[in-house]
Design a protein around this ligand. Sequence first.
Ligand code: TUI
Length: 314
Amino acid sequence: MNTEITKLLGIQYPIIQGGMAWVAEHKLASAVSEAGGFGIIGAGGAPAAWVEEQIWNAKKRTDKPFGVNLMLMNPEADQIAEVIAKAKISAVTTGAGSPEKYMERWKSMGVKVIPVVASVALAKRMERAGADAVVAEGTESGGHIGELTTMALVPQVCDAVQIPVIAAGGIADGRGIAAAFMLGAKAVQMGTRFITTEESTVHPNYKERVLQAKDIDSKVTGRGTGHPVRCLRNQMTNLYLRKEAEGASFEELEQLTLGGLRKAVVEGDMQSGSIMAGQIAGLVHEKLTCRELLEKLMQQTHEALQNVNTLFGE
Ligand code: TUI
């Protein structure tokens, strides 16, 4: 398949693996890239030295292009931005903020810049600042989220910018990928679907929880504090939402989620951990290798598009 994004990134399939904090480490990212997609190492809240080590490890496993996600609230964001530039990473995605201050440096080193946006206004600002593409991420996503749904956000962003748009949020099979193309996207980014792959190193309890998830199993904490985060429901989300409704302080609420993602991903703590995942978790029922998954997704996309053509008698 050939789209503006497969050309921009030099990849076979228009499928990007989300830069999930703690989850998207070098084994997953290199497996996705080796299989023809675009793997991403997620810096999350990790130190710059960890990111550097992950990049070298990924380079040992694949000579195909891969990316790094810089979560802009990371206290070492400046140092990580420099690690990305020096390593001449193929493309950087960013989340939870605006990467404007790093863009000139990245571009001077040949690093393609793909900010994740949750609004038309930020997409336009990123295009003006020189972004090569944007990921338009709907509120169906796991983790830190915006307000708009993928269905509403993606076509509005596509109409507002000239650069190619990558759709994210609520996509986990070929029907979703076909739908994203219909909305004007040139590729998709998926996170939740990659959590359960064979190469994903997350705790088995986390994988099992995603595999067992139902459609209504995700909850959003932090709407009131301005940091909405989507997780699968558990003791932590129940307690958080109860305390939030009772008007608990920001500090008290923060305590409930502090280190929660590490607890879930590394320790497999499914009660007090933050099990970040998207609304589409209910659609994920199988563990496949990244290669099997990408091939299946492309086959399903082809079938979904053919089914639409059949409706029109073509
Ligand atoms: O960044 C994400 N998703 C994330 S980051 C993350 S790490 C974390 N860990 C614990 C607690 C909280 C976060 C987990 N999930 N997605 C990309 C994304 N970016 N979604 C929405 C945005 C966004 C929102 C507001 C980007 C920019 C923005 O405003 C920027 C501005 O300056 O106006």
